[in-house]
Design a protein around this ligand. Structure first.
Ligand SMILES: [Zn+2]
Length: 150
């Protein structure tokens, strides 16, 4: 099998939308009850959508160290997520520098997000992202420099 598969693309779009709805619901909940855990029903929905990557993403969130580098003037954000012996560059909706993103998501279309992207989204709604403001020049350097696939 190769080439564009319209069914798979449609599935990916509905997973993305359903995921967005789950994260929005979770965010609302956390806003009302800071420090709350993810309720079982939302956890079940997320698991249904993202499968084994969800559990891995929760491990990444628990391990801590997710940092949002925010450009002072542009407001652009680059996330850095520590992994096994490496730090990954993550844009939660469309890019991660890890191998799984390259092979499973871009290459084979097996998943919509890698565990780092999910971890950033979860950590964002759970308020477990450290914010590190930096100059836009510095942001560009972080984007191009450290944190590639090892
Ligand atoms: Zn990744």
């Amino acid at each position: 099998m190769s080439g564009y598969d319209p069914d798979a693309a449609a599935t990916a779009v509905s997973i993305t939308r359903a995921g967005d709805a789950c994260f929005a619901e979770l965010e609302e909940l956390v806003e009302g009850n800071p420090g709350t855990d993810i309720p079982d029903d939302i956890l079940a929905s997320l698991h249904l959508l993202f499968g084994k990557n969800l559990a891995k993403a929760l491990e990444v969130v628990d391990a801590g160290g997710i940092t949002a580098h925010v450009g002072e003037r542009s407001g652009r954000t680059v996330y850095k997520v520590p992994g096994r012996g490496d730090v990954y560059t993550v844009f939660p909706s469309h890019y991660c520098s890890c191998q799984s993103f390259m092979y499973d998501i871009v290459g084979r279309g097996e998943a919509v997000y890698c565990k780092h992207q999910l971890a950033v989204r979860l950590a964002s709604v759970l308020r477990r992202v450290a914010r590190a403001p930096c100059s836009d020049q510095d942001l560009a350097r972080r984007l191009l420099g450290e944190g590639g696939v090892g």
